[in-house]
Design a protein around this ligand. Sequence first.
Ligand SMILES: Cc1cc2nc3c(=O)[nH]c(=O)nc-3n(C[C@H](O)[C@H](O)[C@H](O)COP(=O)(O)OP(=O)(O)OC[C@H]3O[C@@H](n4cnc5c(N)ncnc54)[C@H](O)[C@@H]3O)c2cc1C
Length: 342
Amino acid sequence: MATETESEWDVKVPDKPLKDKVYFENLKSVVIDTEMCSRCLTCAAVCPGGITVVNNKVDFPDYETKCFDCGACVRVCPRFAYEPKSGLGDHIEFTAGRSKRFSGQDGAMVTELLVSAMEMGMTDRALFAGRDEKWATEMFHARDPEQLAITTLGGTKYTFADVLPALKEAVKFTKSGVGIVGTPCIVSGVRKLQQEYPIFREKVKLVVGLFCTENFHYDDISSYLKAKGVDFSKLVKTDIIKGKFVSTMTDGKVKFKVAEAEAIVASGCNVCTDFTALESDASCGSVGSANGFSTVVVRTEAAKKVMAFIREKGYADFDEGDPAQLGFLIGHKQKRAENIKK
Ligand SMILES: Cc1cc2nc3c(=O)[nH]c(=O)nc-3n(C[C@H](O)[C@H](O)[C@H](O)COP(=O)(O)OP(=O)(O)OC[C@H]3O[C@@H](n4cnc5c(N)ncnc54)[C@H](O)[C@@H]3O)c2cc1C
């Protein structure tokens, strides 16, 4: 029962470091201006005012007059009271899989998990990060496995996708639930949304995380690739393999050491220590399995059920995964974050 001073709508909002400023300015001072922002857009997904992206930075034009000072942004931002996570994390199974039905970046197990969850009735839609002809990401709400015939939905785009604003829309319309995939920062954003808002707890049923070393802003990576001779009209795949960024075009490949592009890595990636998407239901990556397979780390009962369904239907081939192969990249992210702190 609510008391006189405490309404039923009261929520716990973090303290303001800048006490006389609106919440967005606090977010700006703690996360954005310090270059810690991962651009996951969890804040934009819940802001009733106007948080958006301006010149590759999360921003709120005219926040002085337009911010409602509700505190939603700081409640959900995974970096406001940042607790870095690292390692392989708790898991039920570590394996390698290759879908027999779909093609993707590696073994298409991300696509297989999300589509199988739909077929089982666990979800009625899955959010994919597709792309346009210039390789800018475009969110797609898949509601039927046949929609996965759109070949641009699978595969890795080394640039940010607006997954969480799309999730805000998806939870409004879903009946049985939503499946989602994203980089570790996006997965952390989903968990924050679930912690703070019942609708996300009820409706988000499967969260697939991607192993991730770093990501890039679209303008930066597209100009960089063009300067290296990549023709976007012929580009069919981008990959980072053994330290090399490889752009595969219909008539050849452009390769360079990914370390050369260090200056354009999004700043928020430099503080991130989560390589394996520790908070996901299942995470997938290239490292840890043979070519053509996706490494799959099954962490929760929800993901275990989907994997059992995939096996029962014979939808994928399985192979052994090797967790030791992840050690180098887990350590690399930890060291990079420590160097930034110094
Ligand atoms: C930015 C980035 C960095 C990565 N770094 C590594 C790494 O260092 N080491 C490693 O082993 N693996 C890394 N991965 C994961 C790897 O590239 C594959 O995505 C993974 O192995 C799954 O392959 P798959 O064939 O199972 O996926 P698919 O079945 O092809 O499905 C992948 C899905 O990922 C989603 N997706 C693609 N790009 C993005 C994006 N930018 N943001 C959100 N969602 C996206 C799409 O919805 C797509 O359908 C990275 C992925 C990304 C997006």
